[in-house]
Design a protein around this ligand. Sequence first.
Ligand code: TXA
Ligand code: MG
Length: 318
Amino acid sequence: MAVIGTDINEAKSILESSELVAIPTETVYGLAGNAFNTEAIAKIFEVKNRPSFDPLIVHTYSLDQVKNIVKELPKKALLLAERFWPGPLTLLLPKQAIIPDLVTSGMDTVAVRIPNQPLTMQLLQSLDFPLVAPSANPFGYVSPTSAQHVDDQLGEKIEYVLDGGPCPVGIESTIVGFEGDEAVIHRLGGLSKEKIESIIGKVKLMPHSSSNPKAPGMLKSHYSPGKKVIVGSLDTLVKEYGKVRTGIISFTRSVEGIVPEHQMILAPDGDLTTAAKNLFSSLRLLDKKDIDYILAEPVPEHGLGLAINDRLKRAAAK
Ligand code: TXA
Ligand code: MG
């Protein structure tokens, strides 16, 4: 069991001794370590059982700090940074030598973001170094959106979880890279494509590829619970898989005949923001039930719906 608490000084002192602390962000909880310290970085890969070819996101508290670790900020990157940071946006930028190769898996770009979470912001401001933090889950599993989720899976391996309550966004940050003048979304996430395009115009979506070692977060099968997830029309799926040993994830409605505890309605209010916030905790809850299948219906394909459907699809790809 890790200690779950809100003591920033405790978190700071653990991080300063090259150990790891789980930290809250507005998107999901992260497993944080000193971004300049290879010993701490290596521990992150070990604790998560994460392949070393999967690079990490560096978290900082200010644009000035970002400028100390990247070589340049293209115009579109600066526009996005100024508009959406702190927030659920990660930018891929050419790295300076101060960022260890272990962080970027040898690539010459580094992923950076300024998270929007008061406790973590205070923690970052109190430290002399930025924090690398992947989602605080074993590699390939659903990301944690509460301190308890972290403790459930990594509690034996880390000392301390900084508790910021449930994550208000609930889905990982949107990752944006740059190819010349063009912005490219590498991972759909908590900041919608529409909002990004409202600031910098049309952006490209990087095609998914399960063989692309550059962005394993885009692996075809990722974010998956242990149980089999099947995505489709709920009416059709319920006919095929039955109502007894199944659980459902729906957008707004319930399905008659399935026990209420096996029904996760993501957004009774029909709001995609609510649905994103509830998605991962719903998958985790159903994963613990005595059922064989999780049947899930896609949500409307706009705004955060794109990221939600992307996660559902990949949870199902196992
Ligand atoms: O919301 C988030 O982004 C959370 C919170 C904790 O900040 N973090 C997160 O980290 O989701 P992680 O490690 O689970 O996912 C980061 C993704 C990975 O899929 C990785 O491949 C990609 O970012 N990534 C990191 N650096 C990259 C780079 N230089 N180029 C391309 N992809 C990169
Ligand atoms: Mg992750």
